[in-house]
Every structure is written in C-alpha cells, then in structure tokens.
Design a protein around this ligand. Structure first.
Ligand SMILES: C[S@@+](CC[C@H](N)C(=O)[O-])C[C@H]1O[C@@H](n2cnc3c(N)ncnc32)[C@H](O)[C@@H]1O
Length: 209
C-alpha cells in the first residue's frame, strides 16, 4: 500500500462529488462486467467492498435480496446513500469497512469489488482475499486495474504514486490459495480486467471424492 487507508479516504472524500463524472470507458466496461458476472439470485446477500459512490452496489440491489457496501471514505458513501434514496432502494446499506476488515460477519453469497483493490500491496491483497474467503461467499467478482503483461508506463490506468496493481498471476494464485477456482477471466485492457472466482460447497471431512 503506497498510502495509508486514512490518506486514501481523505483523497476520495475530496473528489467524491465529481467522481461519477470522471470515469473512463474502460472503467465503465469493467463495472458492467462485474455487474453481469455477479448475477445475484433474488434472495442473495451481496457484499461490495471499496463500494465508493455505489456503482456496483446500486446496480445489483434490484436483483438481490440485500446489498451491503463497505468503504473507507464517508464522502464517497454519502454520494452512494443519496443515490439509493433517489432511486428508492431500501435493500442497500453502506458503512465503514476495509478489505482486510470489512466489519461484516453475517451471511454473504456474492462478493464484488470494482476498481478498488489496487490500492493494497500484493501481500495485503492476498490477506484481503483470504479474509473474504472466510466469509464463505460462493462467488467473488473482482474488477480492477491488473496487469495482463508488462505494463506500459505511459498508459493512464494507474498512478504509481498512489496505486499498486497486481499481475493477473498474483491475483489468480491468491484466489486459488484461498480455496476459490477461477471460472472467468475478462481482459478489458492490458491493465484492466475482471476475475470471477467461485467456491463449491465446503467438502465434508472424510468424504471420498
Ligand atoms: C476508484 S473508487 C471505486 C469505487 C466503486 N467500486 C466503483 O466502481 O466506482 C475506489 C474506492 O476504494 C476505496 N478504498 C480504498 N482503499 C480501501 C480499503 N483498504 N478498503 C475499502 N475501501 C477502500 C476508496 O475509498 C474508494 O471509494
């Protein structure tokens, strides 16, 4: 992590009111893929981490039982809450929580995250994925800045002073080490992609395969 959570929170608090107007075509493509792959059932509980102004959480709420958004920036979540009110969405809530400590211990069916985990170092991403695996979702859809090859330093998809994207390989290892299987890899751009990770039902000890 190149900045502390407090520094990231302050940075996002400052830009929260303009955030929705400032996004790239690749960001939108990535968000749409996250929404499409999340595909919650009508009674599913979705946990969206790094929820920001609620792009993913609010889009999934009409199709899910309940959506819980977690972020470190109250400014970003205030925007999300205002949009939820405007849209009359009553099954979505936003509160403070971090990747490695989402401050949520209820049941979760689907976890989503879009354009947020790249703020963590690779080791922190591994810890976050392990923490999320312990919540036992059946699916985790991660859209983010991630490297499919050698990143082009002149490309705008990350700011080296604040962002710390992983390679797809590092993320794939972290998911499989945490007990997930990757079921889809979507490349939006050399440095932007979506990974879909799924877990089967917990195996019963002693059960033959
Ligand atoms: C680029 S915004 C993406 C917001 C939203 N997911 C979207 O698709 O528009 C990144 C968000 O991640 C949040 N964030 C950064 N570090 C975080 C952490 N360690 N835990 C939770 N959220 C974090 C920021 O506050 C910010 O709201």
């Amino acid at each position: 992590m190149k900045k502390t959570p407090e520094e990231h929170a302050a940075r996002f608090d400052e830009i929260a009111s303009e955030y929705d107007e400032s996004n790239s075509e690749e960001y939108r493509a990535c968000a749409n893929l996250v929404i499409e792959h999340a595909a919650p059932d009508a009674d599913d509980i979705v946990l969206d981490i790094g929820t920001g102004t609620g792009a993913i959480a609010l889009a999934l709420a009409p199709d899910a039982g309940r959506v819980v958004g977690r972020d470190i920036s109250e400014g970003m979540m205030d925007e999300a809450r205002a949009k939820a009110d405007e849209q009359g969405l009553e099954n979505v809530e936003f509160g403070e929580g971090m990747f490695r400590d989402p401050d949520y211990d209820g049941p979760v069916d689907v976890v989503t995250s879009n354009f947020a985990m790249h703020h963590l170092s690779d080791e922190e991403k591994r810890e976050a994925i392990a923490v999320i695996a312990d919540l036992e979702p059946r699916r985790f859809v991660l859209g983010d800045v991630m490297f499919f090859g050698e990143p082009d330093p002149s490309d705008p998809f990350y700011s080296p002073e604040v962002d710390d994207p992983a390679t797809v390989g590092v993320l794939a290892d972290a998911f499989t080490d945490a007990g997930f299987s990757l079921t889809a890899v979507e490349r939006v751009h050399d440095q932007v992609g979506v990974l879909v990770a799924e877990r089967g039902p917990a195996s019963v000890e002693g059960e033959s395969q």
